[in-house]
Structures are given as C-alpha cells and as structure tokens.
Design a protein around this ligand. Structure first.
Ligand SMILES: CC(C)(COP(=O)(O)OP(=O)(O)OC[C@H]1O[C@@H](n2cnc3c(N)ncnc32)[C@H](O)[C@@H]1OP(=O)(O)O)[C@@H](O)C(=O)NCCC(=O)NCCS
Length: 335
C-alpha cells in the first residue's frame, strides 16, 4: 500500500538492522607472524586492531543470508513479506548468478526479486538510495538492503600494504515507508572514474580474463594506491557531508552522529576535524572489523543502535568513498 501521508514526497526509513561477522578473529600480531608488519604500525597508521575472516564454507552469500535471517527474525517478517533484496558487494560468490539470487534461495524468500550492485565501499549507500526509491514511489513496501564482502577472497596475503586493512562481514537493513518527518531525507552520489587505477582488481573480468599469466602476476588480488585513495577520501567525505547538510539548511553541530565508511581511523579523524566535530561524533568500529567494504556502514549502524547511541529524532549522515571512485552521503532522521 502506498504511503498516503501528508508528508510528501514519500520517504523510506531504515526500520531494522542486523549483522553477521565470522567467528574467527585475526589479530595484528597474527598477521605480523607472516608479514613484515607490526601491531604498532597497523594501529598507529589505521586504527585497526583485529578483523574477521570467514571459515571453510563461508562466502559472501552465506554471510549475507545470515544477516538477512537475523533481520527478519528481529522484525518478525515472514518469508513472503520481502518485496526486493538488493545486495552491494565486490566479492560476489560468482560473477553470476547474482548473490541476491543465492541469498534469496538460502533464506527461502518466497516473493522477492532482487539484484546485485557494484560500487565498492560506497556500495551500501548506492543500494540504500536505490532501495529507498522503490519505497518512496509506493511500488514496494519492504526492501532489504545487504552490504556483504568476503574481502579475504581477494586480498593478497603477501602484500602488507593491503592485507592488514580488510576484513569479512555482512549487514542488512530493512527499508519501509517512513513516518512523517522521519527516514531518509536526502542523498547525494558522485562517480569519478579517473580513480579507476587507484583501487582495483586487474584481472578476472573481460579486460583480462583469467590465465596462467594473470595468476602468476597475482592480478586476481586487490591493488591499491593507498596515499591517493587516502587524500581523495579525506577531501570527499567532508565535502559530501557539508554539501548535503548545507542544502538542507543544517550545520554539522545539528548532527547527532556521522556514520562513515570504515577504512582508516585517520580518515575518520581528519573528516571530523574538517567538519569541526569531536572525534567521538564519528561512529567507529574499525578497530574490531577493519575495512569490510560494503558491510562497514551496517556494522557501524548496528553498533550504534545496540549501544543506544541513536535516539528517535536524531539526525545522522552516512558517508562513504570507494573504488571507482564512488562517493555517497545520506541524511536521515532516525525514528
Ligand atoms: C594504506 C594506508 C594505511 C597506508 O598508510 P600511509 O600512512 O599512507 O603509508 P604509506 O603508504 O605512505 O607507507 C608508509 C610506509 O609504510 C610501509 N608500509 C605499508 N604497509 C605497511 C604495513 N602493513 N606494515 C608496515 N609498514 C607498512 C610502506 O611500505 C611505506 O614504507 P616506505 O616509506 O619505506 O616506502 C593509507 O594510505 C590508507 O589508509 N589509505 C586509504 C585506504 C582506503 O581508504 N582504502 C579503501 C577506500 S574505500
């Protein structure tokens, strides 16, 4: 049923969140046993203390499916009550079929359609914006948005510049019609493909299909130009939040919290400084999970909700920068 409230245009709200992370914890000290690195370097340069790694049989779809099961249990949703399932990931179980199909099958969703969406670390926000349009248009009432990545599948265990940064995890949120004045109020996105060679996986696609040469050259692993990505992230995170709140007549001090993509604690601190916010107003779970790509934002949101740090009526902004480059920011009133 379309929302017929006076508060038009219709809006979507996040009405539930659930997450899943694998049990296995990999500490910095464990990585330092096989890589030329140290707990001190990793903590000082990134804020990461540990991350999760999937065990045997764990994939992006199994993690995403568990997050969806937990979300549905928490919301009391039956298998035929989900209209759309959108999965943001850069580590699909396979190129095709889509991970959304695999999750639908594992969870037994009976009347869902869905698809995958690729926007790397901004993927969750792209999926959130996409899902929100279905609710806002009145076409669908319940949309589940999943951010899930098994980054250990594409991380080069011999590359200390990337192996220490990433972890595995999944999160899912439910979008439903918002009460008047609540929910997703505005969003902005941007792509800048000039960053395509700063964070990418060189081989395995149509440009460089898999071959003995690509395997020997370790081209099926993620490559990153860390300093360039760092600079882009710091400038874009702050600028995106500022543009979004400016055009809604808000100041940073009006925000209860900023929920940023979790790539590096130094990026979060620098963004807070540029916005003139205390560092503790930036949600942070990076110390526990590292960078889980599409899963960082639902993991950070779940942490805030569980800790009782988001109250009804609070204004919050999600913000993310990812490979591509991709950029996203979302303004919402929680409730
Ligand atoms: C990757 C990142 C942590 C590196 O931190 P940095 O301060 O920029 O470090 P640099 O890349 O300048 O490297 C500094 C030195 O540390 C070394 N180093 C890199 N990784 C290391 C590690 N794990 N342990 C020890 N030393 C390491 C480098 O080799 C370099 O040594 P050199 O000076 O002898 O060449 C940082 O650039 C970053 O977070 N970038 C953005 C990542 C990101 O956001 N990615 C996802 C976007 S969605």
């Amino acid at each position: 049923m379309p929302d017929t409230s006076q508060d038009n245009p219709r809006r979507a709200a996040i009405t539930g969140v659930a997450t899943y992370v694998p049990d296995r914890i990999v500490t910095n000290a464990e990585l330092a046993r096989t890589l030329d690195t140290s707990d001190d370097w990793i903590v000082t340069r990134t804020g990461i203390r540990e991350r999760r790694r999937g065990g045997p049989g764990e994939t992006t779809s199994t993690m995403g499916a568990e997050a969806v099961r937990r979300l549905m249990a928490a919301k009391g949703l039956a298998p035929d009550q989900v209209d759309v399932l959108i999965v943001a990931t850069v580590t699909p179980d396979m190129f095709f079929p889509a991970t959304a199909c695999l999750i639908q099958d594992q969870v037994g969703l009976q009347s869902t359609w869905g698809f995958d969406l690729s926007a790397a670390c901004s993927g969750f926000l792209y999926a959130l914006t996409t899902g929100a349009q279905f609710v806002a248009s009145g076409v669908h009432r319940r949309v589940i948005v999943v951010g899930a990545d098994l980054m250990s599948a594409i991380i080069d265990p011999l590359d200390r510049t990337t192996a220490v940064l990433f972890g595995d995890g999944a999160g899912a949120v439910l979008l439903e019609p918002a009460e008047p004045g609540f929910g997703i109020l505005d969003f902005l996105h941007r792509v800048d493909g000039s960053g395509r060679n700063d964070l990418f996986m060189p081989a395995g696609g149509s440009l460089k299909p898999p071959s003995v040469e690509t395997v020997v050259a370790r081209e099926h692993f993620l490559k990153q130009n860390g300093r360039t990505v760092f600079k882009f992230a710091v400038s874009q995170m702050a600028e995106s939040v500022e543009r979004l709140i400016d055009r809604n007549g808000l100041k940073a001090s009006d925000l209860a919290v900023v929920i940023p993509h979790q790539a590096n604690q130094r990026i979060l601190d620098a963004t807070a400084d540029r916005l003139g916010l205390a560092h503790d107003r930036m949600a942070s779970v990076i110390g526990r999970y590292g960078n889980t790509t599409a899963a960082t934002l639902p993991l950070a949101l779940d942490d805030l909700v569980r800790a009782g740090k988001l109250e009804r009526g609070d204004l919050a902004v999600f913000v993310a920068v990812g490979a591509g480059f991709t950029v996203g920011a979302t303004l919402m009133r929680w409730g």
